[in-house]
Design a protein around this ligand. Structure first.
Ligand code: M6R
Length: 605
């Protein structure tokens, strides 16, 4: 997740640009750079590495320029390197840009610009932007930018400076966050509020399709066609520490609420003409006709996501054996591995010791390896034959929330694509693909249930135990729900297959025991409901999560999920169970972001 800063005003720009980038460090990055501008020209310095490396390069310079742009890059197209770092400049060194997001049609734009003789020096999608602006630049940079914006598809938060108007910073936004700010010393822009808070609390959050023109004495706002727009400024009431949490009390709460956006980001470019696009699979060069078995290997929450993938794959390709395995078992177990075995490793951090060791073992035995990770350039990403990235952004709270739901989304895309490669007809995936397209909105709707979930979480306030039950695809959801509750609220939680209850666990159900029951799988919902009634008969307080189709007259505490494919219920259900765990922990006064005994990344065995 890249960071952007920009400034034009009455003081030197560099101090703001650098401190702003430092405030955005939490987003993660692998290179950094700035362009300063005045009538004499552009001065660009950029480097692979950390902001301290950039500061060292700038340390002995006298840099009084009062306008400039800065960037920290989290590599997506092209490895972390000096050349791939932002800002990118045109060949004449008169225009400089920084960009967050992904230009989806960069390949076709690049092809055309190469034909026109434009020299490309980086492997990034972003570099096309500066050459496209240059192509349209006939002396008016604002006009050139408007023309270029007409061709850019994908997501972008974009800042542009040019020697033609050295006192102006141009900012455009679509599907990638950007704010602008103003104070008596000048105008600012940044990809998040913390970057500007030391300088101003008067900010305007840009909307998609906004084009802002920053000058020392104020900000002008237009649409991409250049029509003036009304401006909506707000005074930020909170301090810097709170701002990094985006106004939320905790990172966990913030990350739960980011899910509609990060699911959208993970799906970006993955659904093309109602089919799944995963070009990375070509690099595997896997002989699909010889595929013998599939292992999904991971730890913790990522293991729960792997169980989901195992069942989705088994349903669509029952003839190929598939297994979800805990990495800590896989690394020492006797599992059949061969060059015709595909091992899929799932991890937020990409640095979990057991998962890395499991990958090494799979490679030693000649299996093909694919990683699904969130952190770019992490150990798993470097070692696997092919890597697919979830686009959840930095996950700071120890409890995994947005990484999990983006894993479910990406694993669904992967299973669909693998099934197609193994001969399953495309028509079988229509409902799943339609549901995936709707998923950001579905998750948004789930978040609206938070007050209700908060009320139900109070039922746990004085409890030491909770039991989660479900059947079929609901089982992985209850395992994950119980894990979330345990780790943040310290309430003992167990998850059981609903049909297994009467074979032992029902002995634990007593008057007042809280049971969280999932009945989202239509074909077995009636069976689950009768298991739930067995617990009610023994005095359990039942919170039921089910679809609107289910009659719930006999239940006092009910949460509804939409009627989507049973195979994707895990995603809306996860949001409700995350909120449930979160509020239970808050009610108990726990440190939700840093639960005791837990680390964000378990890099030791
Ligand atoms: O970074 P990873 O996804 O490999 O981490 C795996 C587990 O350590 C992690 O999911 C852990 O279970 C979380 N704290 C769960 O919320």
């Amino acid at each position: 997740m890249c960071g952007i800063t920009g400034f034009t005003g009455k003081e030197a720009a560099l101090p703001f640009l650098l401190q702003g980038l430092e405030k955005l460090e939490y987003r993660g990055y692998d290179s950094a750079g700035v362009t300063l501008v005045d009538a004499k020209g552009l001065y660009t310095v950029k480097t692979k590495g950390r902001l301290k490396d950039l500061r060292e390069l700038l340390a002995n310079e006298h840099l009084p320029q009062t306008a400039g742009i800065g960037h920290t890059r989290w590599a997506t197209h092209g490895v972390p390197s000096n050349l791939n770092s932002h800002p990118h400049t045109n060949a004449k060194n008169t225009i400089s840009i920084v960009h967050n997001g992904i230009i989806e049609n960069y390949a076709s734009i690049k092809e055309e610009l190469l034909r026109q003789g434009y020299p490309f020096v980086s492997e990034t999608d972003s570099e096309v932007i500066v050459h496209l602006i240059d192509y349209y630049d006939k002396g008016d940079i604002f006009e050139a930018l408007k023309k270029a914006l007409r061709y850019l598809q994908g997501s972008f938060a974009l800042c542009v400076v040019s020697t033609a108007n050295p006192d102006t910073v141009y900012v455009a936004k679509k599907d990638s966050p950007m704010i602008v700010g103003h104070s008596s010393i000048g105008s600012f822009c940044a990809s998040d509020i913390p970057a500007v808070l030391e300088y101003t609390k008067d900010i305007m959050t840009l909307e998609d399709g906004n084009l802002a023109v920053l000058k020392a004495d104020g900000v002008e706002l237009y649409d991409f066609a250049g029509n003036p727009l009304p401006q909506h400024w707000t005074h930020v009431p909170y301090d810097l520490q709170a701002a990094q949490k985006g106004g939320y009390d905790t990172f966990m709460e913030k990350e739960i609420h980011e899910q509609p956006h990060v699911i959208q980001e993970t799906l970006r470019g993955r659904i093309v003409n109602d089919d799944i696009s995963l070009n990375e699979l070509d690099q595997l060069a896997f002989p699909w006709e010889n595929l013998e078995r599939v292992y999904f290997v991971a730890c913790g929450t990522a293991y729960n996501a792997s169980m989901f993938a195992q069942d989705l794959f088994r349903h669509h390709v029952p003839k190929i054996p598939s297994f979800a395995l805990a990495a800590s078992e896989f690394r020492y177990g006797s599992y059949y591995l061969s060059p015709n075995t595909l091992c899929i490793f799932v991890s937020q951090s990409g640095e979990t010791a057991d998962t890395l060791a499991a990958l090494n073992r799979a490679k030693e035995r000649g299996a093909k390896t694919l990683a699904i990770v969130n952190v770019l350039g992490s150990g798993l990403a470097r070692k696997a034959d092919v890597t697919l990235y979830t686009c959840a952004g930095p996950e700071i709270a120890v409890a995994s929330t947005k990484a999990y739901t983006t894993q479910l989304v990406l694993l669904t895309c992967l299973v669909i694509k693998m099934s197609e490669l193994l001969g399953v007809a495309r028509e079988n995936f229509k409902e799943l693909i339609d549901n995936l397209k709707d998923m950001p909105k579905i998750v948004e709707d789930m978040l609206k249930e938070k007050d209700q979930v908060h009320e139900y979480a109070k039922l746990l306030a004085d409890k030491h135990d909770a039991y989660f039950i479900g059947r079929k695809m609901d089982y992985f959801s209850v395992v994950e729900g119980a894990l979330k509750l345990k780790e943040v609220s310290y309430i003992h939680a167990d998850a059981y297959l609903a049909g297994e209850l009467k074979h032992g666990p029902i002995a634990l159900i007593d008057k007042g025991t809280v049971v969280i029951a999932l009945a989202t799988q239509a074909d077995v919902a009636a069976k689950t409901i009768s298991n739930i009634e067995e617990t009610k008969a023994r005095g359990a307080v039942v919170i039921l999560i089910t679809t609107s189709k289910q009659n719930t007259d006999k239940f006092n505490y009910v949460l509804r999920v939409p009627n989507i494919s049973p195979y994707l219920m895990a995603i809306p259900v996860a949001v409700l169970l995350q909120l449930f765990a979160y509020y239970a922990a808050v009610i108990k006064g726990c440190d939700v972001d840093k639960p005791r005994n837990l680390a964000k990344s378990v890099t030791v065995e």
